[in-house]
Design a protein around this ligand. Structure first.
Ligand code: NAD
Ligand code: MG
Length: 399
């Protein structure tokens, strides 16, 4: 029986995880669930999964949830705040941690799980973008097992040579495994073919309506700007010890091939599946065993075509900015990430145009001169400064 903590249980990835968990009661038992503010939703999940702990953002939320649980005669203990997230991510009773909080808010608890040597199922890509070196060092030092949940990275992981994967892909470098390059596929989002002039008038509703995937709002906007693919390039860099020059992005609108690995002999291995996050989640939950996920099977008799084009960096400046941040290294990826979080939130609140997201990120990167972070505190300080800089720049870009 694996004891599981699901951080960000009420989100898109959290709910998909619990859907897979519920299909295999003989394999998994839920130790802790966390949510930020959606108390009712978390209460419903507690009724089903009966965790030992539930974690929420603040004391008032905690006391409300504790009352609801007591009335339902459940013994779940409610904790609150960031330290409680770290605690349920590193508790000795826990075997597996699903890190599915959105944004840099998930960094500390992902790191706590890595330091404690857990099986870390990493959905929170911002952990690697903001604190990649720190996080990978923690994984190496503790012997944690790191399993990527992001569909592209999960696909690449599945296409790695077995020996390489089980040693831990990350510390060897691509060349020792005979890998030429990693090919990250991208759908291109809802505005892949929209007239360029129309992008400035895109609404949050349009940006969140992804053609293939159903996801949280932040990552949906990131997919529409292709910042998501940029963050994933940086994520791949850390996970697979891949230099920027060995990572390519290819637009594949059907989202059937989830990514590919090209070897020096010319072989290309790809992982395919319907666009359903339960597939990578199930792969990681009981790795190396395969378990049913509930995802629809691919039907090759009705699939019309799989197409591929290079990304247009003029249409998607966020992708260019992410590649540049990766090449700069140091603090740049953490700055990029924080500025993007502020820009996306402002866009969702209709304070910033869609096209100003990239403008804001570029301005913040140009203004800040932080040195490479050496600790969690350093990352958090860079993150805070970038957010503050971004907030100050919003009025000038909000036209
Ligand atoms: P979501 O917005 O649906 O859910 C986010 C979860 O995090 C919620 O449970 C929320 O309560 C919690 N949360 C938000 N802010 C928090 C804070 N400050 N402190 C503590 N908890 C907080 O997001 P999602 O789409 O499930 O994405 C989660 C992560 O997984 C993101 O990093 C995203 O990039 C990554 N990811 C998601 C998908 C997807 O299909 N949704 C695919 C690949 C990667
Ligand atoms: Mg992805």
């Amino acid at each position: 029986m694996r004891q599981i903590t699901v951080l960000g249980a009420t989100g898109s990835i959290g709910l998909s995880t619990l859907d897979v968990v519920k299909r295999h009661p003989e394999r998994f038992s839920v130790f802790a669930l966390s949510a930020n503010s959606q108390i009712e939703k978390l209460f419903e999940l507690c009724l089903v999964h009966k965790p030992t702990f539930a974690v929420v953002a603040s004391a008032p939320y905690a006391s409300r949830l504790q009352d609801m649980l007591r009335d339902a005669q459940l013994h779940t203990e409610v904790l609150y705040g960031p330290a409680a997230l770290d605690q349920v991510a590193s508790d000795p009773a826990v075997d597996t941690v699903m890190a599915a909080i959105v944004g840099a808010a998930g960094l500390s608890s992902s790191l706590a799980a890595a330091k404690a040597g857990k099986r870390v199922l990493l959905a929170n890509k911002e952990t690697l973008v903001a604190g990649g070196a720190l996080f990978m060092d923690a994984v190496a030092a503790s012997g944690a097992i790191l399993l990527p949940i992001d569909s592209e990275h999960n696909a690449i992981y599945q296409c790695l040579p077995t020996v390489y994967r089980e040693k831990h892909p990350v510390h060897n470098g691509l060349n020792t495994a005979g890998i030429q390059r990693l090919l990250l596929t991208a759908s291109g989002g809802p505005f892949r073919d929209a007239p360029l002039a129309s992008l400035k008038d895109v609404t949050p509703e349009q940006a969140c309506a992804h053609p293939n995937w159903s996801m949280g709002r932040k990552i949906s906007v990131d997919s529409a700007t292709m910042m998501n693919k940029g963050l994933e390039v940086i994520e791949a860099h850390w996970l697979f010890a891949a230099p920027a020059a060995q990572i390519d992005v290819v637009i594949h609108p059907q989202s059937i091939i989830h990514s590919m690995v090209e070897y020096v002999d010319g072989s290309v291995l790809a992982q395919l599946g319907s666009p359903d996050m339960r597939t990578p989640i199930a792969y990681a939950l009981d790795y190396p065993e395969r378990i049913a996920s509930g995802a629809n099977r691919l039907d090759f008799t009705t699939m019309k075509s799989l197409t591929f084009t290079p990304p247009d960096l003029a249409r998607f400046p966020c992708l260019r900015l992410a590649f540049e941040a990766l090449r700069q290294h140091g603090a740049a990826p953490a700055i990029l990430n924080a500025a993007n979080e502020v820009a996306v939130a402002a866009f969702l609140e209709r304070k910033l145009r869609f096209t100003a997201i990239a403008e804001l990120v570029e301005s913040v990167l140009a203004r800040m001169t932080a040195t490479a972070p050496a600790s969690l505190d350093d990352v958090l300080a860079i993150d805070a400064e970038a957010r503050q800089t971004a907030v100050q720049l919003i009025p000038a870009l909000a036209t």
